[in-house]
Design a protein around this ligand. Structure first.
Ligand code: PLP
Length: 437
């Protein structure tokens, strides 16, 4: 891992370093935040794949959120990418956090002075010991969507501030969650009556339109349903004051989603006085902030000259040192497709556009044949073992679910504060990698 790479320090966000400094393991060196001081040369795995995290991109997304949805407080979904420096930055920027487990709650509270009121325990089906622990940690806000959860909470955390998670249309999302979570509207009056009977406090309504939502108009329907659930709350004797609009925000459609949400909230909640609106964005904050550099560790190609790139069938198989059991689990779990590009070839990181291509496939390092990163792609015919491939948009639902199957370690992260073009970062990193392999 190239810890000491010299990158020109372009202080696009000069106030970020102070927000991130103070951590004993975090050193700022020429624009790169090195999280580990062990020298690269001591690493027995020196061609190891690595992420580059541009923390300024996380910050930019936060500014975008504030500009488009100033009335909605983001509670970052930790599950999406629990990177300690992302969490630290978001804590410093004042976001809340959506946690799904004891582990995530502890990780957020351990950052430093994070008020437990900035956490929503947004898992509607929790172990009773987790509910008890939340009570101990002062985390009161939590979701439910079934009666059994109410009995557990009545026993383990009777002071909790409950949020009923309702079912909404998730058919326009990459990852649908409704099959597992969300109370159909018809069941909500019964649940609220049960909550009342158990003397529990229900403060509002949440929903999740599914992760990776590609039709923002579903937010309109979801807000309409949330309105109906608010009215059910009034009928049950509650005065709801919290609306949680969940996650699902896709980078490219964010402005559209924000406008659908704003219009729908204004229509269905004309009186927002005393009301708190929050959301649980995950991938919106981190997806573009992380890129992954992988080394070509092996190649299977016909002996001699590789055939010209006329065929649609891959003629060459490249094996890289991260795969679907690692960061690329997003292909299996998050329904993603990834697109490799050349970072360095033959020691050079300038690949001429005229370079002849051939149809190739890209595979992970494990012994399993499911470990295919990219079944067909066009790559330069001259690409060889030792060259580097890059992948963008690798920040969401990647390293958080990576395993060490077959003894392959999870790729490490190199932190930057941005301020330079991606090609500049890659140029310097690829040069460094080429020199040290
Ligand atoms: N909130 C909950 C309860 C979730 O389950 C998820 C993702 O699965 C999120 C928020 C984050 O969703 P996204 O990354 O699509 O914004």
């Amino acid at each position: 891992i190239p810890h000491d790479v010299l990158i020109p320090d372009l202080p696009l966000f000069p106030h970020l370093p102070p927000l991130l400094s103070g951590h004993p393991d975090l050193h700022l060196r020429n624009g790169i935040l090195a999280a580990d001081s062990s020298p690269a040369s001591h690493d027995p795995d020196s061609e190891r794949a690595f992420f580059v995290a541009d923390l300024s991109q996380v910050y930019r997304q936060h500014l975008r959120w504030q500009s488009c949805l100033p009335q909605i407080q983001p509670f970052y979904a930790v599950k999406c990418n629990p990177d300690p420096y992302v969490l630290r930055l978001l804590a410093a920027l004042g976001t809340g956090f959506d946690c799904a487990s004891n582990g995530e709650i502890s990780q957020v509270l351990d950052i430093g002075p994070v008020d437990p009121a900035r956490i929503i325990f947004a898992n509607p089906c929790k172990a009773v010991s987790f509910v008890r622990n939340a009570a101990k940690m002062g985390v009161d806000m939590m979701t439910f969507d079934n009666a059994d959860e109410l009995y557990k909470i009545a026993r383990a955390h009777p002071r909790a501030k409950l949020v009923v998670r309702i079912l909404t249309d998730d058919t326009k999302s990459l990852c649908q969650l409704g099959i597992k979570f969300g109370a159909p509207l018809a069941t909500v009056p019964g649940l609220l009556a049960k909550a009342k009977e158990l003397s529990l406090t229900v403060v509002g309504v949440s929903f999740h339109v599914g992760s990776g939502c590609y039709d923002p108009s579903v937010y309109t329907d979801a807000i309409m349903r949330a309105r109906a659930a608010f009215d059910m709350g009034t009928d049950a004797g509650y005065r709801f004051s919290l609306l949680d609009v969940g996650g699902g925000f896709e980078d490219a459609l964010f402005e559209q989603a924000a406008s659908c949400l704003t219009d729908a909230i204004d229509t269905y909640f004309p009186d927002q006085s005393g009301m708190k609106i929050l959301a649980e964005p995950g991938r919106f904050y981190v997806s573009k902030a992380f890129s992954l550099a992988t080394n070509i560790i092996a190649r299977r190609a016909p002996l001699g000259e590789t055939p010209a790139g006329s065929s649609d069938q891959p003629s060459v198989m490249y094996y890289i040192n991260d795969g679907v059991y690692g960061a690329f689990n997003c292909i299996l779990f998050d329904h993603q497709t990834v697109h490799p590009y050349v970072l360095s070839m033959g020691g050079s990181f300038h690949v001429p556009a005229t370079e002849p291509l051939h149809t190739s496939s890209v595979w992970g390092p494990t012994c399993d044949s499911i470990d295919c990163v990219c079944p067909t792609t066009q790559l330069p015919r001259a690409l060889r073992v030792g060259d580097w491939l890059g992948f963008d948009n690798m920040g969401a639902y990647t390293m958080c679910a990576a395993s060490q199957f077959n003894g392959f370690q999870v790729s490490k992260v190199l932190y930057t504060l941005g301020g330079f073009k991606a090609s500049e970062v890659w140029g310097v990193l690829a040069k460094f990698a080429a020199e040290h392999v």
